[in-house]
Design a protein around this ligand. Structure first.
Ligand code: G3H
Ligand code: 13P
Ligand code: ZN
Length: 320
């Protein structure tokens, strides 16, 4: 058993308390390689933002559980070296079983999500409660989910949203003991969220109804990429073949982050930014074959994207 505390990581409890009180959200950025991790830490140190480094089960398989533990420890030391000891959470994104959550906790994660949102309500409650009971013995925080987002996450995909039912949240939080709750109010996973012409809408009315039932309880928004149109255009200009799509407007996310929404998950926008930078190098400098010459620009573009998110979407700059 490796305790996250020995790696210099923190759980999300205090961060969420401050975020809810301060009207901002903590960024949860997905990573699975060194350049992404460097970009996240550089951006968050420069903006003095707390950060959640999150890893999906697919990413964990890709990167290797042991390497991830040392990468997270490295992230803590790297942030200090860059000049700011920002709080860093290592979080499992969309955990789908008790065994996976337990294994992550044993390998140094400070926070886990158990996503039972596709299960019948009572099964979701039972599974989430089991994870909470184990996690809390190790002072690890747990995120649960109610309601189903449209889009693809790992092997699970849903065609349409099932909005979170406000009448269920109080019972769920009470029975499971979770520390935060992911809800479905109109965001969705992946780069293909809405077709141009459609109107993305975060249902602030449902969010406010939920907040009334569990005042001040930490809420998490998944599927919060905005699919920047300039980045999509750049990918396609340099030989990509992305279909037209739009994401969640940043102003709506900023509005939501002023409420009890205290964590906002962004993955796809980072994937797009990296891809655009790499494609540009491949087209403009076809003679290059040193990975640093294309992963370096990708890292720079990622950092720029994350800084923008922290300042203009999350409002978490200066909160470390
Ligand atoms: O919500 C899902 C995240 O974007 C992770 O995606 O399972 O392809 O790593 P992944
Ligand atoms: P996006 O696909 O919108 O980036 O969402 C990521 C996410 O919710 C990770 O859990
Ligand atoms: Zn998600």
């Amino acid at each position: 058993m490796v305790s996250y505390k020995s790696l210099g990581l923190v759980n999300s409890r205090e961060l969420f308390k401050k975020a809810v009180a301060g009207g901002y959200a903590v960024p949860a950025f997905n990573f699975n390689n060194m350049e992404q991790m460097q970009a996240i830490i550089q951006a968050c140190v420069e903006e003095k933002s707390p950060v959640i480094l999150q890893v999906s089960s697919g990413a964990r398989k890709y990167a290797n559980q042991t390497l991830l533990r040392y990468m997270a420890q490295g992230a803590v030391e790297y942030a200090k070296e860059l000049g700011c000891n920002i709080p860093i959470v290592l979080h499992l994104d969309h955990g789908d079983s008790f065994e996976l959550c337990k294994s992550c906790i044993e390998y140094g994660f400070s926070s886990v999500m158990i996503d039972g949102s596709h299960l019948p309500y009572d099964e979701n409650v039972a599974l989430t409660k089991k994870v909470v009971e184990f996690a809390h013995q190790h002072d690890v925080t747990v995120e649960g989910e109610l309601g189903v987002l449209a889009g693809v996450e790992d092997e699970v995909s849903a065609e349409t949203h099932t909005y979170t039912r406000p009448e269920e949240v109080e019972d769920f939080v009470k029975k499971t003991g979770v520390d935060s709750l992911a809800i479905s109010i109109g965001t969705s996973h992946g780069a293909y969220k809405f077709k141009p012409g459609q109107k993305p809408e975060i249902r602030l009315d449902i969010l406010h109804e939920i907040e009334k039932r569990i005042p001040g309880f930490p809420i998490v928004l998944h599927g919060s990429s905005s699919v920047p149109q300039d980045i999509v255009a750049e990918i396609n200009k340099y030989g990509g073949a992305l279909k037209d799509s739009i994401g969640i407007p940043e102003e709506q996310l900023r509005e939501a982050s002023k409420s009890a929404v205290c964590e906002i998950n962004i993955d796809s926008d980072g994937r797009l930014a990296m891809t655009a930078a790499i494609r540009k190098v491949f087209v403009e400098k076809p003679e290059e074959f040193d990975p640093r010459k294309y992963l370096g620009p990708a890292r720079d573009k990622l950092k720029e994207l994350y800084k923008h998110k922290v300042v203009y979407v999350l409002g978490s700059n200066g909160k470390a």
